[in-house]
Design a protein around this ligand. Structure first.
Ligand code: ZN
Ligand code: ZN
Length: 467
């Protein structure tokens, strides 16, 4: 039987858009301020999960809810389990929207709303692909488990709970990235550099406070320093000229204390070059001034070893793997007070061939064990790679090419997707090559034709993998 997948997918558009709208209307950002026993991540993520499972039950699928933090839609039977990994939580809407982020709007063939491209749109496409395979009565010789997480954007609580209590799929993909495929992901680890105490001594200036950054995986957009003492008279003029040249915004509030704010450009930590790190820029501006010993040491460390060093060369951790590419380093949280913490958190994405312990040792050696202690902060995730000759990768790339005429190729990224939760897991779609990436941004959208094409590609690919 030859199936016109595209034509079959197009028939599903009205119902698909109606179901997607139902999901988009639920604000499902992690909201632990309102957590209850029934809603450990807040009501939003659980309600979005419930709505998704209700859609599947309406269509006659068997479903399973794991403590309101993850769920499963089932199809088929067999010894092996093929998995799909989507998520229904979203990042906060944030400012800058032209429409209500939770009232989906269709304009010029695009559907706008938080979660349209990450990941409610691609997840509903994968769901309709399953429905299409079932409704066409195609052969299925494996169990298919479509696993839905509710906390992909933060701690992965849901997917971890799922894997602790439910059988892990043998192979599968996450519809939560881009085509043609993501079959490799770098390791991810954050390193906390704590400056050791330095005895105070009289100085013209005291750095009373220095702070930048809000998340360990984001290049800081804003940095602030508070200073007591008299700055050199020429400082204001020099600082303004410096800011112009550096391309950052400077706000200087002279007085005692003086506050200085620098606004750079935020970015995802997986490519620090896309941003302008306000923290390292501000330290660079201040490092030559006559500060107290602790303040001076802190500013010099940041200016000398962390400024404009996206590949970690100055830190001595740079590493390149032929397959997975370069290590990246992004100093993302800066904390300095005179009597309290004096630290920098550096987020590192590393290829195979090095590891978190080695990187920790290297940072400490470069900065000096007498001056700092370096520790791995939180849980480090190792690199993940499914070889290009794995039948999973080959089948997905071939299906993509058959549908689009675009040659497929392997891709390794610095980000982390659910693809990495099993050994033979990858990410596959649904963003098309050349399409702008609007995930996590204001006015997030997804072209409706891309959702429909994703249904066709997913249905064909899954059908090839489970028959
Ligand atoms: Zn996602
Ligand atoms: Zn996301």
């Amino acid at each position: 039987m030859t199936i016109n997948w595209q034509q079959e997918a197009e028939k599903l558009e009205p119902q698909l858009l109606s179901d997607l709208t139902t999901l988009l209307k639920i604000n499902s950002e992690r909201d632990t301020d309102h957590q209850t026993k029934a809603y450990p991540l807040g009501p939003g993520p659980a309600k979005a999960l419930e709505a998704f499972l209700t859609i599947a039950e309406r269509d006659g699928f068997k479903t399973f809810n794991v403590d309101n933090v993850a769920g499963r839609i089932e199809l088929g039977s067999g010894d092996e389990i093929f998995g799909l990994f989507g998520h229904v939580d979203v990042v906060p809407a944030g400012p800058g929207w032209q429409t209500d982020p939770f009232v989906p709007v269709i304009k010029d063939g695009k559907i706008y709303g938080r979660g349209t491209s990450d990941d409610k749109g691609p997840s509903i496409a994968a769901y309709y692909a399953l429905k299409l395979i079932r409704d066409l009565g195609l052969p299925i010789n494996k169990k298919i488990h479509f696993i839905i997480g509710t906390d992909e954007e933060s701690e992965w609580v849901g997917i971890h709970r799922y894997l602790e209590t439910q059988p892990a799929p043998d192979f599968g993909f996450s519809p939560d990235a881009e085509f043609p495929i993501i079959n490799g992901e770098k390791g991810i680890a954050s390193f906390k550099i704590d400056q050791k105490p330095i005895a105070a001594a009289p100085a013209e200036l005291t750095l009373t406070n220095f702070s930048a950054g809000i998340r360990p995986n984001m290049v800081p957009q804003v940095a602030t320093a508070t200073i007591t003492g008299d700055l050199p008279e020429t400082f204001a003029t020099q600082a303004t000229a410096w800011a112009d040249e550096a391309g950052v915004k400077l706000t200087l509030t002279l007085g005692n204390p003086t506050t200085i704010e620098v606004v750079g450009k935020g970015a995802h930590a997986q490519e620090p070059k896309d941003g302008k790190n306000a923290g390292t820029y501000l330290a660079n501006l201040l490092a030559d001034l006559p500060f107290d010993p602790a303040g001076k040491a802190y500013l010099l460390m940041v200016a000398k070893y962390l400024h404009n060093d996206s590949r970690g060369k100055l830190l001595g951790i740079n590493y390149t793997d032929k397959l997975m590419g370069e290590l990246t380093a992004s100093p993302d949280i800066f904390t300095f007070t005179q009597d309290g913490e004096q630290s920098v958190l550096v987020n590192v994405r590393y290829p195979q061939g090095t590891d978190a312990d080695t990187i920790r040792d290297q940072i400490e050696t470069t900065l000096g064990a007498d001056k700092v202690t370096v520790s791995i902060s939180g849980h480090a995730q190792g690199p993940h790679y499914v070889p290009g000759d794995d039948p999973l990768v080959k089948t997905l790339l071939q299906t993509f090419t058959d549908h689009t005429g675009i040659p497929g190729h392997e891709q390794v990224i610095g980000g982390g997707t659910y693809g990495r939760i099993i050994k033979r897991g990858v990410a596959f779609g649904a963003q098309m090559p050349g399409q702008e990436n609007v995930m996590h941004q204001a006015n997030e959208y997804m072209p409706i034709k891309d959702i429909i094409t994703a249904v066709a590609i997913y249905a064909d690919a899954i059908s090839r993998l489970v028959k």
